[in-house]
Design a protein around this ligand. Structure first.
Ligand code: NCD
Length: 327
């Protein structure tokens, strides 16, 4: 389906043709994303960035993407808004529709992006709803993967960390299921393994899926290692204490001993750098296989492209000076 004038709530809305068309737009927007070419395509348009949960990359890259296209950004944070007076998501959506032309919503509760979109009269982008979906993260993850594997089909992807509560994992997994012949390797303690629904989706879509509890056993054939943070804020402290002994770091020793020289290591970030945390180790920072910072930077052109597709103003010849946003 076409994204024009719709909300973007789930990767399920995209077919692979539209995804590659979005990537083509993103590629031609890279000089604008880097500030090398200026643009006023979205002059007069206002983005409401509505964040009920902490965010660095998602909020700032949406903000930068809109501003790089000449639009204005109006930010909302739950702690300084009427949310603390008990205002509902529905009422907030109604009000924000009067103050902006498009909104990005991040919320801790699964399904809230849909509720917000139902009560808004402007397009809404899901910036992460609870442990459910994070569709724009999947777009930039897939864009990054396509820089190394342009067809995407046929690759082996190892997911490590918190596969149960990680919404970035869920959206990327769903998006990869749209391609052909993917081998998924799910590496996590049993209590943090992939939701059953996603396992069924992969099997029904004709992909292969393997399960491991430790990275040494699973990453040997991976083209992409998608490492993630344990989402401690989404489950009980007692459970964390129970599974702690089964958690692991993805570090240089593990990668050097087990991963392919051509493997690429992605992470949606943030990584948990606190002492005793189980996450991607910083001893991989100078390893050229680690591409998570490039991945995060790709969020800007990809989100710029998404705005243009949602507003239905994508030029066919990549001439971004001849099209402009109209209310
Ligand atoms: C992720 C998120 O918020 O789901 N971060 C992000 O948006 N890049 C991943 C995480 O918080 O672990």
């Amino acid at each position: 389906m076409s994204l024009a004038n719709h909300s973007f709530l789930s990767v399920e809305q995209l077919d692979t043709a539209e995804l590659f068309s979005l990537f083509k737009t993103a590629k031609s927007l890279e000089p604008l994303a880097q500030g090398k070419v200026k643009s006023n395509l979205l002059s007069g348009a206002i983005l409401a960035n509505v964040f009920y949960e902490p965010s660095t990359r998602t909020r700032m890259s949406f903000d930068t993407a809109f501003a790089r296209l000449g639009g204005h950004v109006n930010s909302f944070s739950a702690t300084s808004s009427s949310a603390i007076k008990g205002e509902s998501v529905a009422d907030t959506a109604r009000m924000i529709s009067a103050y902006a032309d498009i909104a990005v919503l991040r919320h801790p509760v699964q399904g809230s992006a849909k509720i917000f979109a139902e009560h808004a009269s402007i397009p809404v982008v899901n910036g992460g709803d609870g442990d459910a979906e994070h569709p724009t993260q999947a777009l930039l993850d897939c864009y990054t993967i396509a820089q190394y594997h342009p067809e995407i089909s046929g690759i082996t992807v190892a997911f490590t960390g918190d596969l149960k509560y990680g919404r970035a994992v869920h959206s990327l997994f769903r998006l990869l299921c749209r391609f052909d012949d993917i081998t998924f390797i799910a590496i996590a303690p049993e209590q943090l393994q992939l939701p059953a629904e996603l396992i069924t989706l992969a099997e029904q879509s004709g992909h292969r899926i393997e399960f491991h509890s430790q990275p040494e056993d699973g990453i040997a054939h991976a083209d992409i290692i998608y490492s993630t943070r344990i989402q401690q804020e989404r489950f009980n402290v007692g459970i964390y204490e129970q599974i702690k002994s089964e958690l692991f770091n993805i570090n240089k020793a593990i990668i050097d001993a087990n991963a392919k020289a051509s493997a690429k290591i992605l992470h949606p970030l943030p990584r948990d750098a606190r002492a005793g945390a189980f996450d991607l180790s910083d001893d991989l920072d100078s390893d050229t296989r680690l591409v998570c910072f490039q991945q995060a930077a790709n969020g800007v052109p990809v989100r710029m492209a998404l705005f243009l597709h949602l507003f239905g103003i994508v030029p066919s010849n990549s001439d971004f000076t001849s099209v402009a946003w109209q209310h």
